[in-house]
Design a protein around this ligand. Structure first.
Ligand SMILES: [Zn+2]
Ligand SMILES: [Zn+2]
Ligand SMILES: [Zn+2]
Length: 335
């Protein structure tokens, strides 16, 4: 019974690599993570590294059991009932001389990392309170308490760093509150295109410019200047430092073999969870029946321990699932 459950050796499935060795597409069992873009000055993690928790008692891997002749026919009946016009006769007539229980293992490693960046920001100064260095030394980015919004979900929060604010004259308008109008280049208007600036056309007063020969700029009403948008016409800016905290869940998957099933279907299917562990750091599994899963676990955890040098690892988890291979059963029934 136990031998029937064991997945066939991998060299029987050409093109399926044994385990991932890095972020490469060559291995069909490897699903790479997506890396987000960068912004600001990244602060390398300076928080003290977490103590490795002692490896506790492991949850045993759940046995999938085996499918009987009756189970297979019931599964086919279920499949047929979900599709109109599918016949049922083959379910009764097909002979099942031997049922081979194939398994697909999906091992997943999730590393939830936190990145901290600082960026300079400014806004119009409208007399708001200024929390500057006179109130104390600004804290270091990794010393600021920022609660995690939700574990294993990508998110970002922005926090103003205390005691970093100061007021400075607006550099764009040099404190004048107004800047040159870009629509008329500061001229306040342009010559009338209907009369070429003459004021008269065909011996009559030009109706477009009422004889002035000029058209007033719509943007600045002829003054040649507009309100400075940088300081909102205030002349001064409040500068401060902003802390961007970005949480990224790095997900990597290893699928033993797919029996011709598209990988995305396996990733979307619920399957049966046979193992789940969550800790600030997880240990490689070593008790999967399939040795390549144990090996993949070891390599992926090792890789993740150094793959995100700008992030502090907050939590890791390793959900693992297993699926029966329907494809294999169908091949058996055709023979
Ligand atoms: Zn300004
Ligand atoms: Zn005119
Ligand atoms: Zn203008």
């Amino acid at each position: 019974m136990m031998d029937e459950m064991k997945a066939p050796p991998y060299d029987q499935f050409p093109g399926i690599a044994v385990c991932p060795t890095g972020p490469t597409q060559e291995n069909p069992g490897y699903v790479p993570d997506e890396y987000p873009g960068k912004e600001g000055i990244v602060m390398p993690p300076t928080a003290p590294p977490l103590e490795m928790p002692p490896q506790g008692e492991r949850m045993p891997l759940v046995d999938l059991g085996t499918l009987s002749d009756q189970d297979v026919r019931e599964a086919c009946r279920q499949f047929v009932s979900e599709h109109c016009c599918y016949g049922r006769r083959f379910i009764r007539d097909t002979l099942l001389p031997e049922i081979f229980n194939g398994c697909i293992y999906h091992y997943q490693l999730e590393t939830f990392g936190e990145k901290r960046e600082t960026v300079d920001r400014h806004e119009p100064f409208k007399g708001q309170y200024i929390d500057g260095p006179q109130n104390g030394i600004p804290p270091q980015p990794w010393d600021i308490q920022v609660p995690i919004l939700s574990l294993f979900i990508n998110s970002q929060v922005k926090v103003e760093i205390p005691h970093t604010a100061y007021v400075k004259q607006c550099g764009r308008c040099v404190g004048n509150c107004r800047v040159r109008c870009e629509s008329c280049y500061g001229r306040g208007g342009s010559s009338c295109i209907s009369c070429n600036g003459m004021g008269r056309r065909d011996g009559q007063q030009c109706t477009s410019c009422f004889g002035t020969g000029r058209r007033r700029c719509w943007n600045c009403s002829g003054s040649g200047q507009v309100k400075c948008g940088t300081c909102d016409g205030r002349g001064n800016l409040r500068h401060f430092k902003l802390l961007l905290v970005t949480w990224t869940n790095h997900v990597e998957s290893y699928i033993t073999h797919t029996f011709k099933l598209p990988k995305h279907l396996i990733l979307e299917a619920s399957g049966k969870e046979i193992f789940q562990e969550e800790n600030p750091r997880v240990f490689p599994i070593n008790h999967a029946r399939d040795d390549s899963v144990n090996e993949a676990s070891k390599i992926m955890i090792q890789k993740h321990s150094t793959a995100f040098p700008q992030e502090l690892i907050r939590q890791q988890r390793i959900p693992s699932r297993v699926f029966f291979s329907r494809e294999l059963l169908e091949e058996q029934t055709e023979n």
